[in-house]
Design a protein around this ligand. Structure first.
Ligand SMILES: [Fe+2]
Ligand SMILES: [Fe+2]
Length: 178
């Protein structure tokens, strides 16, 4: 069995480079979400959705710390590289806020869409990072990411639940002229 090791740092494989590159990407994305989630909370209509964003903000702060820990584990400087995908998703979220009325159920429908797009990006990235960490022998990094991945999946499931229990229906009976 491969051991958790720093030996791979000297290994200079393309895969190792790619792993570090993706680590920088998710580091930027998580930090961006720390800034974005409070705006989503503020914009949300229902308390249920506000709470979901607030709770996920706390988790997201921890996700940032975990990525920093992984940089540490592999003896790399924590460094963020702009994630164009997350920048786009958060831009879409801002547009949704601009395009929906304050206090409307439609606002929450849109925010849930934006939130779930962000969660799915994170789920895809952490899933891939776990696979790469395992093959590179970074087993501690893999289990660190696994904790985060589970929280992303729970956050995503909670958003589905909020949409389906309440918000989507309310939006469906909202008049066009609010
Ligand atoms: Fe996260
Ligand atoms: Fe997340």
């Amino acid at each position: 069995m491969k051991t958790q090791s720093i030996d791979f740092n000297g290994n200079d494989s393309k895969l190792e480079e790619f792993f570090v590159d993706q680590l920088k990407d998710i580091y930027w994305a998580e930090k961006k979400l720390v800034k974005t989630l409070p705006k989503m909370e503020e914009a949300a209509t229902t308390d249920e959705l506000k709470n979901a964003f607030r709770n996920h903000l706390e988790q997201t702060r921890e996700h940032v710390r975990r990525v920093e820990n992984v940089f540490d584990m592999i003896n790399e400087e924590a460094d963020a590289k702009k994630c164009l995908a997350m920048a786009g998703i958060t831009d879409e979220g801002s547009d949704i806020i601009d395009d929906t009325d304050e206090g409307s159920a439609q606002r929450d429908v849109g925010l849930i869409f934006a939130g779930q797009k962000a969660e799915h990006y994170e789920i895809a990235t952490y899933g891939g990072l776990i696979s790469l960490a395992k093959v590179l022998g970074y087993n501690d990094a893999a289990s660190t990411f696994h904790q985060t991945l589970e929280e992303e999946k729970e956050a995503d499931a909670l958003l589905t639940q909020i949409a389906e229990n309440n918000v989507n229906y309310k939006a469906s009976i909202e008049p066009l002229e609010a």
